[in-house]
Design a protein around this ligand. Structure first.
Ligand code: 3SL
Length: 243
């Protein structure tokens, strides 16, 4: 299994659909996706574009849907929820389809929607996604961060390194590092692995969130390594369900 890490979607080679892809947005989209599915959401349909989300969600019964998302870290006007993983509790999401659009994370998912297998991962479900890859043994895995509007993000590299580290520790013979971005991500992981929450707070997007108000619960939730076992997998284009 050869692993490649790309910081943002523009870096993904255009002519190539990998056997498996893992999209990461630790703060906060893929953490929210993992928590919502873990808490019983029926599925999460993701959109890069808000107008497309509104059109598609209007075809769904209002009692069975929730609109969720942010721009610039703030809830989109008229939506039921923002993008906090602590808000997608069982009471709120159980049995519901979530229609979701975020500044960066849902764009990364959109970029890799043609992959043969597409997973959403964060620190909270790192080992669950890693175990799925170890069991399937895809030849090649693209790991894609979300960054912020086209620029690098520390916390997504941290999670990419966490995933690679788990795979190497559990199957070192078959796992190969495919690019320098992933080697660097492994170094980020080695540096911060004992203090994940500090890494998230240090990251520029962590600071952006702190500038918007108290996000202590989000930091705590997003840094809870391997806490949940859910594997969010794309089952039809744009639709993620729990395996
Ligand atoms: O950019 C994104 O996709 C979001 O996860 C950003 S935020 O943490 O919700 O502000």
């Amino acid at each position: 299994m050869q692993l490649f890490y790309f910081h943002v979607s523009d870096h993904v080679p255009s002519s190539h659909n990998p056997k498996a892809s893992v999209v990461i947005d630790v703060l906060r989209a893929t953490t929210t996706i993992a928590c919502a599915l873990n808490n019983g959401a029926e599925a999460i349909e993701t959109f890069a574009n808000i107008d497309q989300l509104k059109k598609r969600s209007s075809e769904w019964p209002s009692s069975a849907r929730l609109l969720l998302g942010e721009r610039g870290g703030k809830r989109i006007e008229g939506f039921d929820l923002g993008n906090s993983p602590v808000d997608v509790t069982t009471d709120v999401v159980k049995g519901k389809r979530l229609f979701m659009s975020t500044t960066n994370g849902t764009r990364s998912l959109d970029r890799l929607r043609d992959s043969k297998a597409l997973y959403a991962m964060s620190l909270v479900n790192r080992s669950a996604v890693a175990e799925k890859l170890l069991s399937d043994q895809p030849e090649e895995v693209f790991i894609l961060g979300s960054g912020w509007e086209g620029s690098y993000s520390l916390e997504d590299s941290l999670a990419a390194g966490a995933l690679a580290s788990y795979l190497i520790e559990n199957n070192s013979i078959n796992v190969r590092i495919g690019n320098d971005e992933l080697t660097a991500a492994l170094s980020v992981w080695d540096y911060w692995r004992d203090d994940l929450v500090s890494c998230l707070r240090k990251a520029t997007h962590g600071q952006r969130l702190e500038g918007l108000g108290n996000h202590d619960e989000d930091f705590e939730c997003c840094s809870a390594l391997d806490k949940i076992k859910v594997v969010p997998m794309q089952k039809e284009p744009g639709v993620l369900r729990s395996l």
